[in-house]
Design a protein around this ligand. Structure first.
Ligand code: ADP
Ligand code: MG
Length: 550
């Protein structure tokens, strides 16, 4: 490794004096003061030496003979302002002459003869000054370079009152003002009117004063009135003692970035908007499709249900018909036999056989009703009247735990139907409603006029008088709803239900040209409505509506 010892270079001094003895005395002193010395004997040679060797300091002895001392000094300062000049004047120099010497550029004026130690001390002092000056200049040059090379950044300072104190090239480029136009002017000038109104310039300075580095992102105004988006910072400028002397502000033009960001944001929003729109469309289409599928399934289900009921009806009808004939024959035979028997035990036996056969006949009648094969005795009826007549029987059937409510439409249309069948149907519905409310509840019987505009399953379009029985009982799950009209379908215990009640209702109503509607929600209750076609052209007496019992 090659180590080069660093040596403190000794300052080079040019010692000019036409008197050789004087000159060498001074040179010796300077050498003693650890300085390197070169000598010149007149002005011309001195100037040549300066140009050649660049000394840091020139000791200019009493007036050189060729070029006058003042002139030499002036020329040195004109060409090499950094070189320190110490002028040594003759003993007899007046204050006025000293002043002239200093005015012509000398940095220091001594009077001959100079004490050797004083010479060393003064020279050193001058060198120290020169060095400090050089360092300061270097530092300020360095800062100037830094600040000025930030050409796309506005860097400026302002005083405590906010007026601009310095303005870099970048500030001119970004904001449009030249330094001489804005230095001394209020820095608020570069703010937008609304920011000035909101006290932003003062607030920034206040925050900086408190020691914060104040960041900002905002619009600023250029000299030509146009605006730019800036990202900025402001800090307080403090002197060595920490006292705030002003503020430094750095502003960068970020308009391009902001525009890009804004465009991107707009694009993003537009995209999101479109995606949302598409999603909505898609959801709507899906919903439409789903509804269509449900609709089709429902229609398919209704067709299947109708076919099933149709097949069941035919089967039941055939069997019931045959059994009806058989039972008629059996009952006939039993009646004849009864008349011929006298033994009381034999009579009892016959009687119980007759009542069993009659119960059978009743069942068969219900089956026939389901199969729509009954002999109906139709007449003009008012549903209200029927309800009115049935009140007592209904009350007895439901028991005390159930409250009855009637809601009969006064102008309900007349119907053409078998009164007995309607009564039986009504009772069937009431009993079912009661069974659905083992802990009691409210049973509502209502009549109203109903227009069916769109044909429903088992119900043609037209005008109907409706009788509905509604309970707030247990309701029906789908698997019960699907089968409730089937003969012998029951969910009740053996001996409690035959499963023929609703089969009868359904068959009779259908045979009468009407239909049955069921609405049921598990846990909330059931409404079953019988719709019978409106009978036209005849007035039927309508019984007075029943008041709801309190
Ligand atoms: P049954 O009453 O003999 O059981 P129905 O034909 O009258 O036969 O009724 C068939 C089934 O329908 C009943 O077992 C019951 O499950 C159901 N049901 C009928 N009406 C109602 C109602 N109002 N609330 C709840 N379920 C009912
Ligand atoms: Mg029943």
């Amino acid at each position: 490794m090659n180590i080069v010892p660093t040596m403190r270079t000794r300052p080079l001094i040019l010692n000019v004096d036409d008197d050789a003895a004087n000159r060498s005395v001074k040179s010796r002193s300077l050498l003693m003061g650890d300085m390197e010395v070169i000598e010149g004997e007149d002005g011309t040679s001195a100037l040549a030496l300066i140009a050649e060797r660049q000394p840091v300091l020139v000791l200019l002895g009493v007036n050189p003979p060729d070029v006058g001392g003042l002139e030499v000094c002036r020329r040195i300062k004109a060409e090499w302002p950094d070189i320190v000049v110490i002028q040594i004047a003759a003993t007899s120099t007046s204050a006025a002459e000293k002043i002239v010497g200093l005015e012509s550029g000398a940095d220091c004026y001594l009077t001959a003869p100079v004490d050797p130690l004083e010479l060393i001390a003064v020279t050193r002092a001058m060198l120290r000054l020169r060095q400090a000056e050089g360092l300061a200049r270097e530092a300020s040059e360095r800062y100037r370079m830094i600040v000025e090379s930030a050409v796309d950044c506005a860097i400026f300072t302002c005083g405590l009152d906010g007026s601009v104190t310095s303005w870099n090239t970048g500030a001119q480029a970004v904001l449009g003002y030249r330094a001489e136009e804005i230095v001394g002017e209020p820095s608020a000038r570069i703010f937008m009117t609304e920011d000035i109104a909101a006290d932003v310039p003062d607030n920034e300075m206040r925050a900086a004063h408190q020691g914060l580095s104040v960041r900002s992102e905002r619009w600023h105004r250029r000299r030509d009135g146009t605006r730019f988006w800036s990202s900025g910072r402001m800090v307080a400028l403090r002197d060595r003692r920490g006292t705030v002397a002003g503020y430094l502000k750095i502003l960068c033009d970020r308009t391009v970035e902001k525009d890009a960001r804004d465009a991107l944001e707009a694009l993003k929003q537009e995209l999101e908007h479109r995606v949302a729109e598409r999603t909505r469309d898609l959801a709507a289409a899906n919903e439409h499709l789903r509804a269509e599928i449900v609709e089709r399934e429902k229609a398919g289900e209704q067709i299947r249900q109708r076919q099933k009921m149709e097949a069941l009806g035919q089967l039941t009808g055939g069997i019931a018909h045959d059994f009806n004939n058989l039972l008629t024959a059996i009952l006939g035979g039993l009646e004849v036999t009864r008349r011929r028997i006298e033994d009381p035990r034999g009579l009892r036996l016959i009687d119980s056989s007759i009542s069993a056969a009659q119960r059978g006949a009743k069942l068969i009648a219900q089956l026939l009703a389901f199969a729509r094969k009954q002999n109906l005795r139709v007449e003009y009826l008012s549903l209200n009247t029927l309800v009115y007549e049935m009140r007592e029987l209904i009350e007895q059937s439901v028991g005390a735990a159930v409250r009855l409510e009637y809601n009969l439409a006064a102008d309900v249309w007349p119907v053409l139907a078998d009164a007995n069948q309607v009564r039986t149907a009504m009772l069937n519905l009431v009993v079912n409603a009661r069974d659905a409310m083992p802990d009691g509840g409210v049973l509502r019987i209502a009549t109203e006029n109903t227009c069916v505009a769109v044909p429903e399953a088992d119900l043609a379009a037209g005008e109907y008088a409706a009788l509905s029985v509604r309970d707030d009982g247990i309701g029906m799950p789908p698997e019960v709803l699907e089968r409730l009209f089937e003969p012998f379908f029951t969910t009740k215990d053996v001996g409690k239900g035959t499963g023929l009640g609703l089969a009868h209702v359904y068959g009779f109503v259908r045979q009468s040209g009407g239909g049955v509607r069921v609405h049921s929600v598990v846990g909330e209750g059931t409404t079953i409505t019988i719709l019978l076609p409106r009978a036209s052209g005849t007035d039927v007496e309508t019984a007075a509506p029943i008041d709801n019992p309190r």
